[in-house]
Ligand binder design. Sequence first.
Ligand code: G4P
Length: 538
Amino acid sequence: MSALSEELDKEIKKRRTFAIISHPDAGKTTLTEKLLLYGGAIHLAGSIKSRKTQRHAVSDWMEIEKQRGISVTSSVLQFDYDGCRINILDTPGHQDFSEDTYRTLMAVDSAVMVIDVAKGVEAQTKKLFKVCKQRGIPIFTFVNKLDHYGKLPIDLMDEIENVLGIRSYPMNWPIGQDGQYMGVYDRRNDKVLLFAADTTHGQQARIADVYEPDDPAVIERVGEETWQALKDDIELLDEAGEEFDMEKVNSGELTPMFFGSAMTNFGVQDFLEGYIRMAPTPQPRMSSDGLIAPDDEKFSGFVFKIQANMNPAHRDRLAFIRICSGKFERNMSVWHERSGKIIKLAQPQQFLAQDRQIIDTAYPGDIVGLFDPGIFGIGDTICDESHKFKYADFPVFPPEKFARVQAKDTMKRKQFVKGIEQLTQEGAIQLFQQAGAGMESYIVGTVGTLQFEVLEYRLKNEYNVDITMNMQPYEVARWLAFKDGSEVTPASLRGADRGMFVYDRKGNPVLLVSNEWALGWIMDNNPDLILNHVPFDR
Ligand code: G4P
């Protein structure tokens, strides 16, 4: 074994890279903060949360975040725990989330799904879960806010199975009455963990008292009735519940489930330790040259996110790279697949809690931010010159919101086009042209409506262009082809005027309609038509 491969082996085993998927307010920010607290990366909880109300203007357009108190951008947090290096890729949590949220899920090896015990599975969780499920990555569940009244644990298990189609295996079980839980029973270790009352308002990590289940002190602390209820529940789970099967966890068919409360630190450490034990290390990735293993000594990675103007003083653009194989070294030269050029990676940045810092080395599973002079695009591969290949394309996430956009001042058309092109290249928006319409306006498609605000704000602040924007009443986009290969045009498509006929950037015909029902009509009346929810060449 070479020294490099020994080093890689050691570093890869340490790494866990994941994202938290949840609906807004389920407690993602609080849980992230508590994980950092247990990891020793922050000392008093509250530093991330307080940013929610008094955010620093890291970039111009984060003003939007400040005004609305939401997180638009995904950041990356890294901390060490128990010999492991953990990378958390944060996902924008507002319901107006964007394609960035989806793309972040392309760069992780597992996901943590946070569910509010009272609300159960909510809309955004469902959407994000679907993307994880398609990738077949392991999903871990943290049921949060157990200090609150909520649904019964058993009912939540049913809901997860019915709504998401994944079975769950409770790793621990709450002890106590609804909303007044005193601790958890750890099924794997057959131990009872009881928590003393939280006197620090969740600011400090809480250590649980650990007991053998039959220790008389347990009954004394929780009371006879609660003790009996716990025993009954566990018996039921052992007999009627799912069996634990690590293979099913790895393929995303079974989710290990943890109960806790991020705010009061109850069950958080138990979750973190269970997660680290089960979560996958960096995984191989499909490429044009087959699967690339992380311990391949030759460096490779891909761009999953591009963010412009994070620092208004420098007008910089950062490309976020997920390292997939080999060792990353500052100033190394790599082959950039899309341009076919060799480029030098000069200013790598990494993220520890809120701080950005220049780094010298990184390993598979890590994320580095690279200063981007405008060459990177979403999904780009960079790799060693001696082994050239391309990582599999990202899925296209179909836009669901559309607006007609044009510059208020026609004299500013040049800047307008430049800005729109830039945002399209960053992957923030998808661009269409209405059939038969002039060149002065575009139809812009996005996954979430927030992107329109970002578009307006950035065009104004970075390109000095005011725009008019008219939302269009469409929610479904379908790429069109005729079975016999003949061209689809507004004239050859029956019912084209029931929606809007547009062309994508490559000139492919696309129909925008208001709902699935309208789509059904088009299908019924054009039996020779093939519809696709992404371009046919993807
Ligand atoms: P998000 O990132 O998923 O949007 O959720 P976030 O962590 O911001 O939490 C949303 C709200 O839920 C916050 O309350 C937070 O304090 C609360 N919360 C998080 N974890 C728990 C928990 O375990 N138990 C209870 N009872 N509440 C929890 P807020 O009122 O919006 O903010 P704040 O006033 O607490 O700062």
